[in-house]
Design a protein around this ligand. Structure first.
Ligand SMILES: NC(=O)c1ccc[n+]([C@@H]2O[C@H](COP(=O)([O-])OP(=O)(O)OC[C@H]3O[C@@H](n4cnc5c(N)ncnc54)[C@H](OP(=O)(O)O)[C@@H]3O)[C@@H](O)[C@H]2O)c1
Length: 292
C-alpha cells in the first residue's frame, strides 16, 4: 500500500512514520506540502498517486486560535477541504483526524460517534468545519476523532508537565476529564482501519477516561517523579479557549477499533521518555508554547 502523510512533522506524523506498517510511505511536512494551497495539493497528489492520504496536519494551538481565527479555519477547514477535493477527484481514500473539542463537554456519559457536536472554542469550531467539508466532499473518507494526544516527540501536556516538574511543584486541573491517547497507539488504530473499506466517522482514543490531575499522577508514578502535584479547578486556571469539561470518547462503530487503555499509553511513553528527553537539548522538544 502506498501512503502519503501530510503534516508529517507533528506528533501523529512522527508516530505514523514509526508505527504504520506499510512498505511505501511518503511523509511531507508543512514546508514541503502546505495543505492550504489548493493548486499545490492537487499537483502533489496527481504526482504521488498514493492508495491513501492521511491528513495529520492541523492548527493545534487551542488558545492562540481564539485570537488567530482566520489561520485556524484556513488550516483546519480549508486545508482538509483542499485534500478532500483532490482525493475525491482521483478516487483516493482520505483519512482526516479530528478532535474531542467538537463536543461541548457537558455530557456526563462518554461521547460516541452519533452524539451531537457543539464546539465552544474556535479550534473546535474550525475542526468541525473541516470534518463537514471532508464528509460532504470526499466519498471515501475516514474521519477519526481522537483526544489528549501525546508522544515523546512534540509539544504536549506530558512533555510540558514533566519538564516543569524538574523546577517546581505543579498545579493541575482535576475537573476536566478526557481520554489520553498515546500517538503510536492511534497510528496503529489508523493502520487497522486502513485494512477495511468501512468509511465513516470513528472515535479512536485511549480506552477509559481520567482527569488531567490523575493523568499527571500516573505519569509521575511511572517516571518516578516525586514533585508534589496540587489539584486545582478550571476556574483557578483561566485560559483563552474554553475546554470541554468532560469529553471521554467511546465508539459504537463497526468495526469497533479499541485502542489500549490510557494507562498502557503512559507506560509505553515512560519507557521511551528517558531516552527521548535527552534530545530536548538538541531542540526536539519545545515545551514552552503550550501544555495541552
Ligand atoms: N494534540 C492533541 O491533543 C490533539 C487532540 C485531539 C485531536 N488532535 C488532532 O490530531 C491531529 C494531529 O495532531 P498533532 O498533535 O500531531 O498536531 P501537531 O503536533 O501540532 O502537528 C500538526 C502538524 O501540522 C503542521 N501544519 C500546520 N499547518 C499546516 C499546513 N498548512 N500544511 C501542512 N502542515 C501544516 C504543523 O506544522 P507547524 O507546527 O510548523 O505549524 C505540525 O507539524 C490534528 O488533526 C489534531 O487536530 C490533536
Amino acid at each position: 500500500m502506498k501512503v502519503v502523510v501530510v503534516g508529517a512533522d507533528g506528533q501523529l506524523g512522527h508516530a505514523l512514520q514509526q508505527s504504520l506498517n506499510v512498505h511505501d510511505l511518503s511523509a511531507y511536512g508543512k514546508n514541503a506540502w502546505d495543505i492550504t494551497d489548493r493548486e499545490l495539493t492537487r499537483q502533489k497528489l496527481e504526482t504521488a498517486m498514493p492508495d491513501v492520504v492521511i491528513n495529520a496536519a492541523a492548527y493545534t494551538n487551542v488558545d492562540q486560535a481564539e485570537s488567530d481565527t482566520d489561520s485556524a479555519y484556513r488550516v483546519n477547514a480549508d486545508g482538509p477541504h483542499n485534500l478532500a477535493l483532490a482525493t475525491d477527484a482521483l478516487n483516493i481514500p482520505l483519512v482526516h483526524i479530528s478532535t474531542d473539542y467538537v463536543f461541548d463537554g457537558t455530557q456526563t456519559e462518554p461521547y460516541h460517534e452519533y452524539d451531537r457536536p457543539n464546539p465552544r472554542s474556535i479550534y473546535g469550531k474550525s475542526k468541525l468545519a473541516g470534518e463537514e467539508r471532508v464528509r460532504t466532499t470526499a466519498k471515501r473518507h475516514f474521519i477519526i476523532r481522537t483526544a489528549w494526544l501525546y508522544h515523546t516527540v512534540g509539544r504536549n501536556f506530558p512533555n510540558t508537565i514533566c519538564a516543569l516538574a524538574h523546577t517546581s511543584p505543579v498545579r493541575v486541573v482535576n475537573d476536566q476529564f478526557g481520554s489520553p491517547t498515546y500517538a503510536p497507539h492511534l497510528a496503529n488504530g489508523i493502520g487497522q482501519l486502513l485494512q477495511t473499506c468501512a468509511y465513516g466517522t470513528y472515535h479512536l482514543a485511549g480506552s477509559g477516561g481520567t482527569s488531567w490531575f490523575d493523568f499527571t499522577k500516573e505519569l509521575f508514578a511511572q517516571l518516578q517523579i516525586r514533585t508534589p502535584i496540587t489539584p486545582v479547578s478550571t476556574k483557578e486556571f483561566p485560559r483563552p479557549a474554553p475546554r470541554p469539561a468532560s469529553a471521554i470518547l467511546t465508539s459504537l462503530q463497526n468495526p469497533c477499533i479499541l485502542l489500549p487503555p490510557w494507562k498502557q499509553g503512559v507506560s509505553e511513553f515512560a519507557l521511551h521518555y528517558s531516552s527521548s528527553s535527552q534530545k530536548t537539548s538538541m531542540g526536539y522538544h519545545d515545551v514552552s508554547k503550550r501544555a495541552t
